[in-house]
Design a binder for this molecule. Structure first.
Ligand code: KG4
Ligand code: ZN
Length: 347
């Protein structure tokens, strides 16, 4: 079964061709970083307009690189939730139009669930039930997966997502955007000297992710407590007053606290279920320190860890095509009346 997957939930216009849910024939991602960089974050209206311009060239490229013709496609999958509504609508409209014109089945999938499908791209064999961790720019959630297509949300963030916290931390340290890879790079020569706060368990059973306290602790640590001087909020210092070593130490302290916080939720959720494997996905799983920490946890618990290859951690069309294939195999399709939704399984 050859499926085209389309992704446009945020600032990546992506399309991929995947065979049998595992073999990736093409994976084209047009990043919009250059359009949003001056704002230090994604501007929804700019993202939607860029998706409109880039969608068809990206789809054409995905079909060409896969060396197939459109008539070889057995189905079209799209991520229709959650995400920026205007951005999602571009992908959904494109996918429905292509499915209708080729007269092939159309399936709309949850983006967060697709991140947890991403480790299947290749030759992984995942045993279910699995504990799924999604850490991305928009989500930090733990899901109980009874199969690749069935899941319930166990725990999620009450404020920022992990990737969003990395992005804000990089902004506080004036490293640039998107922040995750820049924090990881800056942390390399640094040490966890500042011992920034980790979220507390509500009780032994209940845990919610929270990253806003960590972000504020970093802000006040780096710049000092702000005072209002002549009506203007003024910090004691600026990030560019830091030496390179101080900057690295703050980045390392943030990264250590963020990774330990992520692990804390995994540990609590894992103890409460009867899981055969641990699955992780989303942009933050590109972080090598997090990958290592998850591997140590999995080894200690004698459980296989399935984590995507680097290309499939961040948003991509292959994970959408793969998950779409899993639905199509069960004859679970959507009608062309399906639309986009800002909310999904973990929102
Ligand atoms: O999954 P993704 O591409 O988009 C969403 O679904 O949100 O995730 C993007 C997020 C960004 O916040 C980015 O800073 C973060 O993933 N990220 C990382 C790394 N690479 C990307 N965070 C930490 N370390 C990284 N190496
Ligand atoms: Zn994502």
């Amino acid at each position: 079964m050859i499926v085209l997957g389309i992704e446009s939930s945020c600032d990546e216009t992506a399309a991929a061709v995947v065979e049998d849910g595992h073999i990736v024939h093409s994976n084209v991602v047009a990043s919009q970083d250059e359009l949003h960089i001056e704002y230090g974050g994604v501007v929804p209206e700019i993202a939607s307009r860029a998706h409109v311009e880039r969608m068809l060239p990206v789809v054409e490229q995905a079909i060409q690189q896969a060396n197939i013709s459109p008539s070889d496609l057995d189905g079209i999958a799209v991520g229709n939730r959650p995400g920026l509504i205007g951005a999602l609508l571009v992908g959904v409209t494109a996918a429905k139009s292509i499915a209708w014109s080729l007269d092939v089945p159309f399936v709309a999938v949850d983006h967060v669930l697709a991140h947890l499908y991403a480790p299947n791209l290749g030759d992984a064999h995942i045993e279910y039930p699995a504990l799924g961790l999604v850490v991305s720019g928009g989500h930090t959630s733990i899901l109980n997966l009874s199969s690749p297509i069935e899941a319930t949300c166990v725990c999620k963030t009450v404020d920022d997502a992990a990737g969003e916290a990395f992005d804000k931390a990089a902004s506080i340290l004036e490293l640039g955007w998107p922040g995750g890879p820049l924090i990881e790079e800056a942390a390399q020569g640094g040490n966890d000297v500042h011992k920034l706060p980790r979220p507390k368990k509500k009780n032994e059973e209940t845990f919610y992710y929270s990253f806003s306290g960590l972000k504020t602790a970093l802000l006040y640590g780096v710049k000092g407590i702000p005072k209002r001087i002549d009506g203007v909020l003024t910090y004691e210092r600026q990030a560019n007053d830091l030496t390179a070593q101080e900057q690295s130490d703050w980045a390392a302290s943030f990264q250590t606290a963020a990774v330990e916080s992520i692990l804390m939720g995994v540990e609590i959720a894992f103890e409460q279920g009867n899981y055969k494997s641990l699955v992780a996905g989303g942009g933050v799983t590109a972080n090598k320190v997090l990958r290592q920490a998850l591997q140590v946890f999995a080894n200690e618990n004698d459980t296989p860890l399935h984590i995507p290859k680097f290309d499939y951690c961040v948003d991509n069309g292959a994970m959408i095509a793969g998950l779409g294939t899993a639905f199509l195999r069960q004859n679970l399709t959507n009608t062309l009346a399906t639309t986009a939704s800002p909310k999904g399984i973990a929102s």
